[in-house]
Each structure stands twice: as structure tokens, then as C-alpha cells.
Design a protein around this ligand. Structure first.
Ligand code: 6PG
Length: 243
């Protein structure tokens, strides 16, 4: 794995750098493999990136060749405020003319076990056998102040082998039932990009980026793309304790 940490003055410059990485990953995947498979995350941090992709960078991506998946989803219907799909639809997907069949959402309206089975089947349709999931060209992740990423929370099983898990989480006032990709899927991606901002994440980020490996407590440390690259895009506040 090749890890890079880039520090930005604010969310705007960070989001523009993320948009640039998205455009480059999309172009490379389209030219090498004829399609671009990417997984998005929820939370507040990527919202500006979504807006930029739908505006300034919209014409730089071939959306017909782009397939959108999610790193995780909250178990709520797609039109509820907590839906990661709903947020992305509002800020990005509804504005770029992407074919409906290229959107592979996690069906948060189903029972968690069923939603997880359904999503595992979607992944299988794009799988690179013998794997049961695709090699994503780009996975976008966030990190919570508790060190969670996607919906891999502190204390959750480290050795998950299934590609998709249904979990119960308690974080802020967000929906608790969730569906998440697991590390084997994320770690087979060609590029994983984390975005994190704000002082509240500074101490956790220091620990996550340190040499002390605590994957039970800091699930973000479980992300370690085997043959891919890992890029952290963070703002100065989040970086304030990182040496
Ligand atoms: C979600 C996520 C989650 C998120 C972090 C950071 O569905 O909530 O995908 O892992 O990325 O909680 O969220 P913020 O960007 O809001 O800090």
C-alpha cells in the first residue's frame, strides 16, 4: 500500500482536490477497462464534493461509464433525510444525467438481513471471480470522531470475511441499523480516499495515522488497500495533532 496524507486549508480546497482525484480515477478506469466503479459514503463531509461533481466537474466525467455503489447505508427509505443514497441523489445523481441502471444503491427500506443479501448480489454482478465483489477503482470514505469508517464501528468484528454486513451502531443521532461493505472489499480497491475535517477528529486522526495498530478501537485503521493507494484528504484542524 502507498499512503499519502494531504492537508488543506479548508473544506472547499479539500473537496476540489477530491473532485480532481475522482475525475482522474474515472478517466483512467474508463480508458483501461471501459467502465468506472466507485463507492460513495454518507455523512456531511462529502456533500461539497458531490455539489462540485454536479457543477464545475460535471462534464469531466463520462457518467454513462460510471457505476455508483455505496460504502455503507443507513436502513431508512431512500427519500428519508438519513439515507446516504438520498443525499447523493439530491446533491449529485439527480443532476448529471447518469443512467438509472448505473446506480447500485443499498436498499435501506428492506429488513437489514435482506438489504445486505440484496447488496451482496449487486456486487456479485460486477465481481472479478473468484472474488464475490468488484475491484473498485475508487472508494470514498469518511471517518467519525470515534474512529469508525463506512459502518465499521469500534468493537465490531475485525475478521469479517463476508463482503457485506448488517450492523447496529450508535453514533450521534444517525439511524442505527446499517449495511456496510467490509474491509476485504474496500481493501481490494485501486484507490481509497478518506476525507476528514474539523478539530473534533484531530485526536482520533493522530491515533489512526500513528504506528500503533488498534483495529478493534479504530476501524479506520482496518483500511489498508493491498495493491492500491490510500489517500487522506484532511483540513488543518483535523491535522492539528498529526505529526
Ligand atoms: C455514514 C458514513 C460514515 C461517515 C462518517 C463521517 O453513513 O454515516 O458513511 O462512515 O463517513 O460518520 O461523517 P461526517 O462526514 O458527517 O463527519
Amino acid at each position: 500500500m502507498n499512503r499519502e496524507v494531504r492537508v488543506f486549508q479548508d473544506l472547499e480546497s479539500l473537496s476540489r482536490a477530491a473532485a480532481q482525484l475522482f475525475v482522474e480515477a474515472a478517466r483512467q478506469a474508463a480508458s483501461e477497462r471501459g467502465r468506472f466503479l466507485t463507492a460513495l459514503s454518507g455523512g456531511s463531509t462529502p456533500q461539497r464534493l458531490f455539489q462540485l461533481l454536479a457543477s464545475d466537474y460535471r462534464t469531466e466525467v463520462d457518467w454513462k461509464l460510471t457505476h455508483i455503489f455505496w460504502a455503507d447505508e443507513r436502513c431508512v427509505p431512500p427519500d428519508e433525510a438519513g439515507s446516504n443514497y438520498g443525499q447523493a441523489r439530491e446533491a449529485l445523481l439527480g443532476r448529471i444525467g447518469i443512467p438509472e441502471e448505473n446506480i447500485h444503491r443499498i436498499r435501506g427500506e428492506l429488513e437489514p438481513a435482506e438489504a445486505s443479501k440484496d447488496y451482496a448480489l449487486s456486487l456479485r454482478q460486477f465481481a472479478s471471480p473468484p472474488l464475490e465483489w468488484p475491484f473498485f477503482a475508487l472508494v470514498l470514505l469518511g471517518m467519525g470522531a470515534d474512529g469508525h469508517t463506512a459502518s465499521l464501528f469500534p468493537g465490531s468484528p475485525v475478521e469479517a470475511t463476508a463482503p457485506v454486513l448488517a450492523v447496529t451502531a450508535h453514533y450521534e443521532d444517525r439511524p442505527a441499523q446499517r449495511i456496510t461493505l467490509t474491509p476485504p472489499v474496500i481493501n481490494s480497491a485501486r484507490l481509497v480516499v478518506f476525507m476528514a475535517t474539523g478539530t473534533a477528529k484531530a485526536e482520533t486522526l493522530r491515533r489512526v495515522l500513528s504506528d500503533q495498530y488498534e483495529p478493534e478501537q479504530l476501524p479506520a485503521q482496518r483500511i489498508d488497500p493491498k495493491d492500491g493507494d490510500l489517500t487522506w484528504l484532511i483540513d488543518e484542524k483535523a491535522a492539528s495533532k498529526v505529526r
